[in-house]
Design a binder for this molecule. Structure first.
Ligand code: CP
Length: 311
């Protein structure tokens, strides 16, 4: 297992199975469900500063990083509207990163373009966390998804997970599929034929001999432990007509309660638009709000690791 201190968190492929499990185990130490004694982590990273650079909109990722950083005692600088910065005057991406690099101890970046986080990490000397780069990766989401599965199923082996919706543009499903391929997990892909899991990810599953199935409709008898529902990513479509054609194929309404009653756990990275009816929210097996909360514990653990306060 490589050292975490100073490490960039850019791509879930950069982590071995052992490293993934190590992070998940550490996240438990920040999760009140597992910590017996109520204790504060406020002194853990006191004096350190997180630089949040959000070039694209976010609720969960930005706010949970803000919360996680403050829970471990960090100060926060940064922006979530690049137009309010000197980028508006023509300053380059790499100059912006160089400047923020000199003001913070780690950078957390979300950007609409694939590869932007890697580009930032190449410029910055301090560790960079990818908080989502276009349709490419969102590794901290993947870690919180794994953590949620582990917490809900009490294992990461011998389970079946169905991933549904926009499997073409959804960065969360790409990275989750790869991360799950380290474990004995059967994967079921459910999407419109035009939004299928891209071939590059299927190729990896084949190479790793992962059991998977593909459907273009929700099977009447879905045999899975989890269903990971996703939003059709309107912002990634070039053709709005095409988006409208496919956007409403997989809407989970009141009748989906029968699956939840049978024990299927429903996840979603959020935000949702209309793909899960709020009538399902109160069901104990609808775990998407718990999933979002789990992001706090994983992100607290990651900050402590990359800044060298926990080894
Ligand atoms: N899941 C997620 O990344 O949500 P936000 O876009 O609100 O950060």
């Amino acid at each position: 297992m490589g050292p975490f201190k100073g490490r960039d968190i850019i791509d879930i492929n950069d982590f071995s199975k052992e490293e993934l499990l190590f992070i998940l185990k550490l996240a438990k130490k920040f999760d009140p469900q597992y910590v017996r004694r109520k204790r504060s982590n406020y002194l853990l990273l006191r004096g350190k500063i997180a630089g949040l650079l959000f070039f694209e909109q976010s609720t969960r990722t930005e706010q949970s990083f803000r919360s996680a950083a403050q829970r471990v005692g960090m100060g926060i600088i940064g922006f979530n509207d690049p137009e309010s910065t000197s980028i508006h005057k023509g300053e380059s991406f790499s100059d912006t990163i160089r400047i923020m690099d000199s003001y913070a101890d780690c950078l957390i970046i979300r950007h609409p373009e694939s590869g932007a986080a890697r580009q930032a990490a190449d410029v910055a000397e301090i560790p960079v966390i990818n908080a989502g780069d276009g349709p490419n990766q969102h590794p901290t989401q993947t870690l919180l998804d794994l953590y949620t599965i582990l917490k809900e199923a009490a294992k990461l082996e011998n389970i079946t997970i169905a991933l549904m919706g926009d499997l073409k543009y959804g960065r969360t499903v790409h990275a989750l599929s790869i991360a799950l391929s380290h474990f004995k997990v059967k994967q079921i892909f459910i999407s419109h034929p035009s939004l299928k899991m891209p071939e590059e990810f299927i190729k990896i599953l084949k190479e790793r001999r992962v059991e998977y199935e593909e459907f273009d409709n929700l099977p009447a008898r879905l045999k899975a432990d989890f269903l990971y529902q996703t939003r059709v990513q309107k912002e990634r479509f070039n053709n709005l007509k095409e988006y409208k054609r496919v956007k409403d194929q997989f809407i989970l309404g009141k009748d989906f309660i029968k699956y939840l009653d049978k024990g299927l756990k429903l996840m979603h990275p959020l935000p949702r638009v209309n793909e899960i009816d709020p009538v399902l929210d109160a069901h104990p097996n609808a775990v998407y709000f718990k999933q979002a909360r789990n992001g706090l514990y994983v992100r607290e653990a990651l900050l402590a690791l990359i800044l060298g306060r926990i080894k």
